[in-house]
Design a protein around this ligand. Structure first.
Ligand code: ADE
Ligand code: ZN
Length: 350
């Protein structure tokens, strides 16, 4: 891992991190013990693994289809590992610990403001009340602001592989917590699930005052169509941000639309290089940046992506895109510009 003092020290903003994707093996282990839930560690053979085995399993999370490693054990896919972690979250304290764990880490990296995602349906479909989740998050959010000087607002993401009706029901159930939720997003498995399926929900959310964003992950089927839908039709006239959206760099027309509408993009390089070559990733990042599109660098699911947090992602683009100090500052200014903090807070972040 490359290292650089300038990047380590600068005040940071993180706008693309799934709170459930910050569940470290240590927290997973702790929650399994506390809630007396049997833990699996990737291979069907290892029930009730040790902490060391849990850590080990995290190092082999790959791809969409579970690969088999040399010793015959089946590795966890990303989605298996990610949604498997949801089952361990059972009490308000668990949600507090998950969020606090991320905020502490964020504080250590000099992240001063963040907008973490959460996936309410992944919890409520297991019978967890929305109040429990958001009460735990809220306590952590307040503690982080006071104890760590890390400010935050939440983005509620709907699972696009579930139905639009389910998303609307979940949205309405979360409305009592509107004051701690700044935006609505769309994540999970994108295959044949275009953003337009959720038109009604995004229109409603915009009317209700939420900011809008949607995942368009790198190199997915129909990605250019999905990017265009997010830019031009979500909420009626297009979303404020696109999460990932890297394939916009393939088409001058898409880049022009994103630029002219001043749409922000959240880019997570360590997530892409797990599936794509460096030559596919870094020139695209550089191209978007050089076009003056407001991109920001983030971590996505750091615990499941070889433990690469926002700091590592920043070090990586610094080196691989040959960004200088001025460029690194511009990335943070982009983040301030496209984040959804109040104007008053934005002034303090600059
Ligand atoms: N939800 C959490 N992480 C995700 C990812 N990398 N892609 C799609 N949905 C997600
Ligand atoms: Zn994501």
């Amino acid at each position: 891992r490359s290292n650089d003092k300038f990047v380590t020290d600068i005040p940071k903003i993180e706008l693309h991190v799934h709170i459930e994707g910050t569940m470290t093996p240590e927290l997973r282990w702790k929650l399994a013990q506390r809630n007396k839930i049997p833990l699996t560690a990737g291979s069907e053979k290892v029930l009730l693994p040790t902490l060391a085995e849990t850590r080990e399993a995290y190092q082999h999370i790959r791809g969409r289809i579970g690969a088999t490693s040399a010793d015959g054990k089946r590795n966890m896919t990303f989605f298996e590992a990610y949604y498997g972690g949801f089952d361990l979250l059972q009490t308000e304290e668990d949600y507090f610990d998950l969020a606090m764990g991320y905020f502490e880490r964020a504080g250590e990296m000099n992240v001063r403001y963040c907008e973490p995602f959460f996936d309410p349906q992944g919890h409520t479909r297991r019978g967890i009340p929305i109040d429990m989740i958001l009460k735990g998050f809220k306590r952590a959010q307040i503690a982080a602001e006071h104890r760590l000087n890390v400010r935050s607002q939440w983005i509620m993401c709907m699972l696009r592989d579930m139905s639009p009706e389910s998303a609307m029901d979940q949205y309405e159930a979360a409305l009592p917590y509107k004051d701690m939720i700044v935006g609505l997003g769309l994540d999970s498995d994108e295959f044949e699930r275009p953003p337009s399926l959720f038109d009604d929900l995004f229109k409603r959310a915009r009317e209700d005052g939420f900011k809008l964003t949607s995942h368009c992950d790198f190199n997915q089927k129909d990605t250019h169509d999905h990017i265009l839908q997010v830019a031009e039709r979500l909420g009626g006239t297009g979303a404020e941000r696109i999460d990932h959206g890297m394939n916009a760099a393939d088409q001058a027309g898409l880049m022009e639309i994103i630029k002219s509408k001043d749409i922000g993009m959240t880019i997570c390089p360590c997530a892409y290089i797990r599936h794509a070559s460096e030559e596919a990733v870094f020139p695209r990042i550089r191209k978007l940046f050089d076009a003056g599109i407001k991109i920001t660098i983030a971590s996505d699911d750091p615990a499941y992506m070889e433990d690469n947090w926002v700091l590592h992602n920043l070090h990586m683009v610094r080196e691989k895109c040959s960004f200088n100090n001025k460029d690194m500052m511009q990335l943070q200014r982009n983040a301030v510009s496209i984040c959804w903090a109040s104007d008053e807070l934005k002034k303090k972040l600059l």
